[in-house]
Ligand binder design. Structure first.
Ligand code: PGA
Length: 244
């Protein structure tokens, strides 16, 4: 399976940026990776048109557990699918921290995404205090246990909270150990299907560190925040992914 290089635009991006960004992806996307752009909801429709037939897929950054309803300010999974999304990021640490999203909520959202035909990207990761206390793997195992629904057929993104937007990354040994722990947990939880799911690394992935991070065992791609906003940086990260 090709590596998945996913861009999380967070709450950045205006309509005028869509056409040049999409054109740059069309011109420069390497063939050996799967590219994904997750812009704010307001840009999905414009992006869907700009990326149609091209090398990159589209995703949302969140969805509500219900297919519709009186939930002011929320977006339902079928709405994302209709807007052209194939993926949806769920349980990002910014949503867990800023919106009180629990594992149970992420679990319900993942079920809603799957029901709508979307591929969920479920984010997990420890805080700095948890890592210093030696609890990082236990925290992540707990998040997986309670966030992933039975038969989960999506993507997991390991994003240490302290590495997001900080320019700091874990050591290669720590990424390798955590991805091995996540793989073991997925196998235990999901059986044989857990062996094939992609596990992304996220947190301060940049053109300069992408090649070494993406070459580590059990790293199946990257979830890129800040560096995904510039097409040339995002493409440089994608080109750094190992082939095959
Ligand atoms: P960053 O964000 O690349 O800016 O650290 C990653 C993320 O939050 O998905």
């Amino acid at each position: 399976m090709p590596q998945l290089i996913a861009g999380n635009w967070k709450m950045f991006g205006r309509l005028a940026e869509v056409a040049p960004y999409a054109a740059a992806l069309r011109a420069g996307a390497p063939a050996h990776v799967e590219l994904l752009v997750c812009p704010p909801f307001t840009l999905l429709d414009r992006f869907a048109a700009a990326l149609a037939g091209g090398p990159a897929r589209l995703g949302g950054q969140d969805c509500h557990p219900a297919p519709e309803g009186p939930h002011t300010g929320d977006i339902a999974a079928p709405m994302l699918a209709e807007a052209g999304a194939r993926y949806v990021i769920l349980g990002h640490s910014e949503r867990r921290a800023n919106h009180g999203e629990t594992n149970a909520i992420v679990h319900a959202k993942a079920q809603a995404a799957i029901a709508a035909g979307l591929i969920p990207i479920v984010c997990v990761g420890e805080t700095e205090d948890e890592r210093e206390a030696g609890e990082a793997e236990a925290v992540v195992r707990g998040q997986l246990m309670h966030s992933l629904p039975p038969g989960f057929a999506g993507v997991v993104a390991y994003e240490p909270v302290w590495a997001i937007g900080t320019g700091r990354t874990p050591t290669e040994a720590d990424v390798t150990a955590m991805h091995a722990a996540i793989r073991a947990a997925l196998r235990a939880q999901l059986g044989a299907s857990g062996a094939g799911l992609r596990i992304l690394y996220g947190g301060s992935v940049k053109p300069g560190n992408a090649a070494s991070l993406l070459a580590l065992p059990e790293v199946g791609g990257a979830l890129v925040g800040g560096a995904s906003l510039k097409a040339e940086d995002f493409l440089a990260i994608a080109r750094a992914a190992p082939r095959g």
